[in-house]
Each structure stands twice: as C-alpha cells, then as structure tokens.
Design a protein around this ligand. Structure first.
Ligand SMILES: *Cc1c(COP(=O)(O)O)cnc(C)c1O
Length: 489
C-alpha cells in the first residue's frame, strides 16, 4: 500500500525524549587527551552548576531524530488526499532549480544590474501567469493565497475610490473558503453571503436580489469549493457588471481548468493564484507559499509597487516604482522569491500542453475515485466534480459514526485522511482531492481503505471511535490542542 505506515517501535519508545534516554556519563563524542597548555577561564565565566543536558550516545541521537522524522507524514511518504489544498507531489527538479546559487544567494538590496536574471525570471513568469488567467499584469508580493485575497480587495477598494465611491459590501457564496470572509473583513468591507442552490452552485436569482450600487464586488472560486464548475458564470458576471461591481477569482482551484478556461474570459478582473497548490512547492504547516495576484488592464495602475519593468531600448529589467495610483507595498521585499523560482520551473517545465494535461488528469483522478467510493460515500451534490469531490458520510450516523471517525480510521489504514467538515454547507462532509500525480494503484488502495472503513462503521463502530490506534498520540481534543498547545514535556 502506498501510504503504508512507518515502522514504529510502539508509542512508548517513539515518544521517549532525549532526556528520558539520558544515562549519566554516556557521550556521543570523544576527544583526544589534551596535549596543549590549558587556557584559564576566569571564575566569572565559569558555570556554578553543570548544564542539565541529556547524556546520550550518537545512536541515541540519530535514532531519536530519525524516528521523529518518520512520525511525520508528507507527500513524499504517502498519499495525501486533503481537499481544497492540492497536496500534489512536487517535482524535485523545481527544488534543484531553486537551490542554484545564482538564485539562492541573491540579496534583495543588490543593485538592479546584478539582478537581471532574477528580474527576467519574474517578468517571464508574470507573462505566463497572465496568459494562463487571461489577465494583463500581476504582482508577486503576497506570500500566500489569503494575503493575495487581501491585496486583491485593496486593489478593488482603490479602483472604486478612484471612481468616487469605495462602496461597502462584497458578496461571497456560502460555500467559500474561510479566508474569503476574513479577507473581506480585514479590508474594511462587509461580507454578504449568497446561498448555493440545489445543485451546489451560486443561486443566481438570490444573487440578483443582493446586487445594488453598494456592492464593490463578488469573490468566487471556480470550480467552487464543492469541486463543481459554476455553469452560470456568465450570468453571475453580468449581474455584477450591471452595477459596476468587480469580480474576484479565488484561484486556489485553478489546477482544474488551466489550459482549458481562463478567469479573464469569464469576466473576472482580479485573480489570485496559490503557486504552492497549482505550480509546485511543497506546503502545509504554514508555508512558505506565494499568492501572486493578476489583474485586468483597468486595475493595473493599482497593483502594489514596485512591479518589474522592462526597457525595450536597453534590454534591461528594472524595479518600476513610479506608480502614483498603487496601493503601495503589501510585503517586505518582493515576495517569496524561492517559491516563485519553483513555480517558474514547473510552468515552463510542463509547457502549455503539459499544464493542460495536469488539469485533465487531476479531474480524471477525482472522478475515478468518486465513482469507486460512491456507494458508501455518495456525492453531496449531483453534478460532475472537477479536480476534487465532496461526499457525505451522513449515512453512518445511524451507527453512531461520524466523518471524523472515518478520517481517524483512515490513519490506521495507512492514509492521510481527506478534508472533513468543509465546505460547511455539507453535512458530514468528506472532501477528497487526489491530484494528478497519483497512480491508479494508489487511488485503488485508498478507495479500498475508505470502503473498509465504511464496512467497519456498520460492523464494529467502536473500532472507529477508538481510532487511531497506531499513532504515538491518539485522538486529541482538536479545539484544545489548537488553543492550548502542549509544546514541551
Ligand atoms: C487554500 C485556499 C485559500 C487560502 O490560500 P492560502 O495560500 O492557504 O492562504 C483560499 N481559498 C481557497 C478556495 C483555498 O483552497
């Protein structure tokens, strides 16, 4: 099985700290006899008591840290079907390129003439991302998707303010990622929720009832967080444009449509991309990422400053600070450059056809998996999913089993669980995103594990309530673990 659990010598040893392994006099080093005169250290600089450090051998240390590293679960150790995250395998060639000394050892304060290669890389990446999204120009400063959202909303405010009225409201579907309403609030707008209809798409009639001259814009994910393509996107765009509102595209799901459809052609003016989801860079655990924001020509003047400029006459690239309508800086220096180098390697390594194929395979894999588990885990909405699907574990409630129990059991069966309880509008949601990089064998093994958990839910519900049984730390009170983390023994 692809996601086979790492070998562990049982919880007791795995959790033993170096301190607990300590034995008086044991050492991980040895030094030759002193054969030079000793130096005097004044009393003032001498310890009064010996340092209370673990006394361990080299094998103790190596095994301790190796074991800790194996308890970790990552894309390089197993299948990682978290929905709304695109936990794909990231090609190592992108890491190699980002580690080239010419990129890695740059300093952002270097003179421009010594940064020509880096600036050209950003310039060419910007052109590529604009072509993929159907936009005019982009900024690389935001270090993540959420930060891109805030940047996009600041641009939206600057645009409306320039036109005489910043307006007050942003419309967001009830299926949206939590960062959307958070960004709206941070940017000083009020979030207004539009419901999803029975198909899981934006309810167009309800939207029309919400649109007025106070609406600054709409934030939309497409395919949405249910994994469904917003079929009436043109109607949605028309409703917004009628009152002069802007459309913001949350590009976290761009991998589903790249090479086939472009937000710019759907009527969007602002797009953020999560390069760490769509274009390589391992992520999780909080970073690092990059959330470039691309905009249509009419919003270009408001982009953060500086942007990369190119002087055709001299053939030189430069930082363009001369932008009077810019919203200013949103990040120190120019974003997470190393992440952008990985994105460049990924985009140009795949090329136009390759990127299209990435999207097609992601969609194929998600649909294959959805079908395989459909009898036990029916889709929450009837439409055909794109690169991820949202199923419901509602039917196991009659055995007292919840989506969380299934997720924990999947850990025992050797897999990282899917996303659960998101989107919020689906009861007992299980949101699965296999990504394009997984083989049929892996998908089959995961499907078997999900089906086994479903069977156990009916026959041995307590097995699921007790899961996970194979991990050093068993089931946690997750709210407390986040609020009062225990960070030391
Ligand atoms: C991941 C995600 C975000 C936030 O992106 P980060 O890079 O994690 O800040 C926003 N919207 C959607 C739909 C997402 O999946």
């Amino acid at each position: 099985m692809t996601g086979a659990p790492v070998r562990r010598d049982g919880p007791a040893i795995a959790l033993r700290t170096l301190k607990e392994r300590s034995r008086s006099g044991r050492r991980a080093w040895s030094l030759p006899e002193l054969d030079v005169p000793g130096a005097d250290v004044s009393d003032a600089h001498r310890r009064r008591q010996t340092a209370d450090l673990p006394e361990v051998s080299e094998t103790d240390i190596v095994r301790h840290f190796t074991r800790l590293s194996q308890i970790n679960y990552g894309v390089d150790t197993g299948f990682y079907p978290l929905g709304s995250c695109s936990m794909k395998y990231n090609p190592k060639v992108a890491e190699t390129v980002a580690a080239l000394a010419g990129f890695q050892r740059l300093h952002p304060h270097q003179p421009e003439e010594t940064l020509q290669g880096a600036l050209e890389l950003l310039w060419r990446l910007e052109r590529a991302l604009c072509e993929i999204t159907g936009m005019a120009r982009a900024t690389f400063q935001p270090p993540a998707g959420a930060s891109g959202e805030l940047t996009g909303l600041m641009i939206m405010r600057a645009f409306h303010t320039k036109n005489g009225n910043p307006r007050t409201k942003i419309i967001i579907p009830d299926s949206a990622h939590g960062t959307n309403p958070a960004s709206v609030t941070l940017s000083g707008y009020r979030a207004v929720q539009v419901p999803s209809d029975r198909r899981g798409l934006v309810d167009l009639a309800a939207l029309q009832g919400l649109v007025d001259g106070d609406v600054a814009g709409l934030m939309l994910t497409n395919p949405n967080t249910l994994g469904l393509f917003e079929e009436e996107i043109e109607g949605v765009a028309a409703a917004m444009h009628r009152v002069g509102a802007l459309l913001y595209y949350d590009g976290a799901n761009l991998n589903a449509i790249m090479g086939r459809a472009r937000p710019g052609d759907m009527g969007f003016d602002i797009v953020h991309m999560n390069t760490h989801k769509t274009f390589a860079t391992p992520h999780g655990g909080g970073g690092p990422g990059a959330g470039p924001v691309a905009v249509s020509a009419r919003l270009e003047p408001f982009l953060p400053t500086p942007v990369v400029g190119f002087d055709e006459e001299s053939g030189r690239y430069f930082w363009d600070h001369d932008r009077p309508d810019s919203i200013g800086r949103v990040h120190g220096f120019n974003g997470n450059f190393g992440v952008l180098v990985r994105a460049f390697a990924y985009v140009f390594g795949h090329g136009r056809d390759g990127l299209r194929e990435v999207g097609e395979r992601a969609v194929l894999n998600a649909n294959y998996l959805a079908r395989r588990v459909n009898d036990a885990y029916p889709l929450a909405f009837p439409g055909q999913p794109m690169h991820e699907f949202v199923a419901t574990a509602r039917s196991f409630r009659k055995y007292g089993v919840r989506a969380m129990d299934i997720a924990k059991r999947l850990i025992d069966l050797g897999f990282h669980p899917s996303t659960v309880y998101f989107p919020l509008i689906v009861e007992e949601a299980m949101m699965v995103e296999p990504t394009e990089t997984e083989s049929k064998e892996t998908l089959d093994a995961f499907a078997e594990a999900m089906l086994q958990a479903a069977k156990e839910a009916e026959e041995h519900p307590d097995l699921l309530h007790d899961a996970p049984l194979t991990t050093p730390v068993r089931r946690l009170d997750e709210a407390r673990a986040a609020r009062q983390p225990k960070l030391r023994w």
